[in-house]
Design a protein around this ligand. Sequence first.
Ligand code: CA
Length: 728
Amino acid sequence: MRIRIAATCFGALAVVSCQGPADAPAQESSFEAAKNQILVKTQDDYNAAMKSAQPGDTIVLANGVWEDFDLILAGEGTADRPITLKGETPGGVVLSGQSSLRLGGQHLIVSDLVFRDGYTPLNEVISFRIDSETLAFNSRVTNTVVENYNNPERTQRDTWVVMYGQNNEFDHNHIAGKLNSGPTMTVRLNSEDSQQNNHRIHHNYFGPRAVFGSNGGETLRIGTSKYSLTESNTVVENNYFDRCGGEVEIVSNKSGNNTYRNNTFFESRGTLTLRHGNGTLVEGNLFDGNGAAFTGGIRVINERQTVRDNYFKNLTGTRFSGALVVMNGVPNSPINRYHQVDGVVIEGNTFDGVSAIEMSEGSDAERSAIPINTTFKDNVIIGSGAQTPFNIYDDMSGISFADNVTNFAPPAAIAEGFAVETGLAADISGDYGVERDETGVSWYPKSGFGSPFGTGKTVTIQPGENQISEALKTAASGDVIVLAAGDYNEAKLINIPIAVTVKGADGAKPKITFERANLFQLTQSGALQLENLAVSGEKAPDSVGNSFIVTNTRQGAGNHTLEISNVDFSDFMVNREFSVVIAAKSTFFDAVTVTDSRFEDISGTALRFESETDNYGIYNVEALTITDSVFKNVRGSATSVYRGGRDESTFGPQILVEGTRFENVGAATAPAMRLHGAQIMTLQNNTLVDTQPVVFTITTGKPKTVVADNTVTGAGAISFMTVTDLRK
Ligand code: CA
């Protein structure tokens, strides 16, 4: 194969950050000095070196980008003389394209590799087995990076790191940015050789995992329901989970006798879930929600679990995402449903500013088995609201509450076990969690914070033909294109794989027309901010289904953000079904925010998020916000959001519509808005004029809704909203 020196910074509109081999320290390599170090520069050389490797040998991959490398390390090292595979210098070796790593044998060590700019063609990026016959034992992967190594098809399932075998170690690695289906990392117990495995997973940095919008967005899963009554004996300690928010399970524990100790969970949505299996210990962890939405702590199911001496801080989550959630079980539960909580110990924990502690959560006709033989003792509970964070959904007689202290009187059923001290402050003398800097690899930067918009340069352009597409050709992420007053016409479709802002100059409202079926197409991590514009559909082709903004998976479907502020859309009438925004199937918006905008004379549904019609609990938008806007003479609905199915793995869709006027929307047949399966919804201070009511359909869970102060006037005015409940 060829090796080329890694490009350090990619072209415009390609990648957000610039980090690579050139940033690594220029280290003198000393492999010539040691006899047992073998430097290889091609895949063929590597394979030859690997086949003849003896215990004590180190194979060194030369610095550069290794493309499409099916890297296999097979060998029999010894405890004193392991076989080692490493990159020449830390950060200097990048595996890209269709590369992967498999190791099998005894006493193998892998370090100093970076996987990025590609995705695995297999089920796994790093696998502790070569095939089902050849597993790894007593082996270690360390100081390795997997970042943004995503299959471009969001629904294509893979797992970045999978541990098989026994007595393996995964430590000081940096794993961040997974977007496609499948847990980021798993431990498998699918053969006897992988059970009672004593693996250690420690000091890793698990970086941000964006909302997946469906089940399959876990960061770590240990076991599966099938092997859940088997002991795994895996230790997970001193890892940092940074904004791991893929779904309701940050960690899905599905096996027995594991330990989760001194990990930090920062701004991570959902919980460490003791989903299946018994006898697991959770201690010394820090759950710091930092006030972020849906942040939770631990969800408890099954027998003999111990939750002690953990610190839960500023967690806003409720229900399945509470700071502590003790579930009801299913009597004689099948292996994949909810086993009864039995013999669980919850003691010595500090809950400091938490929204909810949920007891007997999930209680319903199926989940009717209450927790039994369980102790809740010596805990400190400080709620974040004006009353106790405890919610009790069933009989508490199977839990013994003793010697707890709290700031608000708890519900009467459990009050005996609490001293109430108003003004109680947390006294944190213990050592909880791990510092971010103590995890991951020292030579690779951890993920940053903040909005992607407005962080780059500002370019002002003048009116004319294709001025916007010209300016965006050379834009980098965070750039702002300012349009001087005047008319702009675009003959081309514009691909947006990065974050950009397009706005009218202060005081101007430049007019944009476009000649293709779409103007902006969001791909990869495309994000778009539009401000102070007047967009007309008058020059679009005379065809069905045009849309000003669309999404497309061909170049990768990351999480998108769309912000529209003070933009007028008009004359979208050239043919039927003309929309302003359409989310394609298998694409996902983290947030769509529309404010102070006007949608007038639109022949389709203005904002369409209804492509996931399979009823798998998948949807196209996590948070849709529309405020202070007007929809007038829209033939479809103002917006349509569809989230079907009964899966309980997600938090959204969340919908907020406020101060908005709907006038002659739906041409008397379509509703003002079609909101199917919304989980959190506020509709307030809106006005319907000559428009059919909003249609809200409840599909699963217990949606939180606020519908207030809305006004209905005009012909046929009946009600603001109709509700259909599919749960019954
Ligand atoms: Ca899950």
